[in-house]
Write a protein that binds this ligand. Structure first.
Ligand code: NDP
Length: 313
């Protein structure tokens, strides 16, 4: 027999959006139940210094910030459960959700804050050598390649940030950029361009990650000249963006073409009454910890209003 939990507010996800929603919902006496998902703390757990979250004048480490948020949510009585919600059923009255640990949850309202996951290039060699030198998290795995040569693919803020991080550990970081320009913000671009440990390969694509048992190198192709070349590296990092974790809502909630949840203007309401979306799962534009926290707050306030109107709070 599975356990059935009845709650006014189920929160799915434990990044800045989920924990902020929990803080607001708990303080509004909604007794929220929060399921962390498979990566408690979300993407900030794989970040080092967060320097742009207001209130931390000296910066804060991502994992530390998430621990602080978790403690703050717990302090007001959030029931935090370390499992993944893998199925939902929405209905007019009571929504149902099912967790991997066998829990069944019946909720008057649901706040979705499932975040996003790293994207991969899709090469066979990348898959085969995953965790054997191929990584989507420089901050988690960079340490293993201290003093060695590494490569990183991507040209957004993530790639620039991770390249700078790797350059503190590694004497040579090859940054593989597929165009002749970078998408990263000016300040981040300047940091990588001016870093003597970072070599930028413009107009370059990865043909293959080389190595049998572990990464030994990368074969690159210049997409202007067609020329191929090989570089010897021990670590191969991919930082090419993210995919929202919204698969379990397909066919139930409105999404855009990239699978981000669609919310109504100036609100966190989805197309299903009582279901609200916050954080990176619904934000393809800003995707910052502070904006995720902001929409988490909005979702809790929207959920509270919804429960009041329904007479459930
Ligand atoms: P982005 O979507 O901004 O950038 C993805 C990068 O990967 C682009 O340069 C893109 O190239 C490249 N790319 C995509 N697919 C491939 C591929 N198949 N092969 C090679 N390159 C590829 O993702 P980010 O994760 O960098 O950033 C996401 C959001 O988070 C952004 O809004 C960013 O500003 C923000 N962010 C902010 C930070 C901060 O403020 N400290 C830190 C990190 C992220 P192309 O440009 O050619 O499309």
């Amino acid at each position: 027999m599975s356990d059935i939990t009845r709650t006014k507010c189920l929160i799915i996800g434990s990044g800045p959006a989920g924990y902020t929603a929990a803080i607001y919902a708990a303080r509004a006496n909604m007794s929220p139940v929060l399921y962390t998902g498979k990566s408690p703390g979300g993407q900030l757990m794989i970040t080092t210094d967060v320097e742009n979250f207001p209130g931390y004048p000296d910066g804060v480490m991502g994992p530390q910030m998430m621990e602080d948020l978790r403690k703050q949510a717990e302090r007001f009585g959030t029931d935090i459960r370390y499992s993944l919600i893998s199925k939902v059923e929405f209905s007019e009255d009571l929504h149902k959700a099912y967790a991997d640990n066998g829990d069944e949850i019946h909720a008057d309202s649901i706040i979705i804050s499932t975040g996003a996951d790293a994207k991969w290039l899709g090469l066979e060699s990348e898959k085969r050598l995953a965790n054997k030198g191929v990584s989507a998290c420089a901050v988690c795995d960079g340490f293993f390649y201290r003093g060695q040569e590494v490569a990183i693919v991507g040209a957004g803020d993530s790639a620039a940030e991770e390249a700078s991080y790797l350059a503190k550990l590694c004497p040579k970081v090859h940054m593989i950029v597929r165009r002749d320009t970078m998408r990263a913000s000016k300040i981040m671009q300047e940091r990588v361009i001016n870093n003597p440990n970072i070599i930028i390969h413009w107009n370059t694509e990865t043909e293959e990650v080389l190595g049998e048992e572990e990464v030994e190198g990368v074969r690159l192709k210049n997409n202007k000249t067609g020329e191929t070349s090989e570089i010897a590296v021990k670590g191969f990092f991919v930082a090419i963006g993210h995919k929202p974790n919204t698969d379990i809502f397909k066919g139930m909630l409105d999404m855009d073409e990239a699978s981000y949840l669609v919310t109504q203007p100036d609100s966190t309401k989805t197309n299903v009454p009582g279901v609200f979306a916050s954080g990176d799962a619904q934000d393809r534009i800003y995707r910052q910890a502070i904006t995720a926290a902001g929409t988490g707050c909005m979702a809790a306030l929207d959920a509270e209003k919804y429960l009041e109107a329904k007479g459930a709070h």
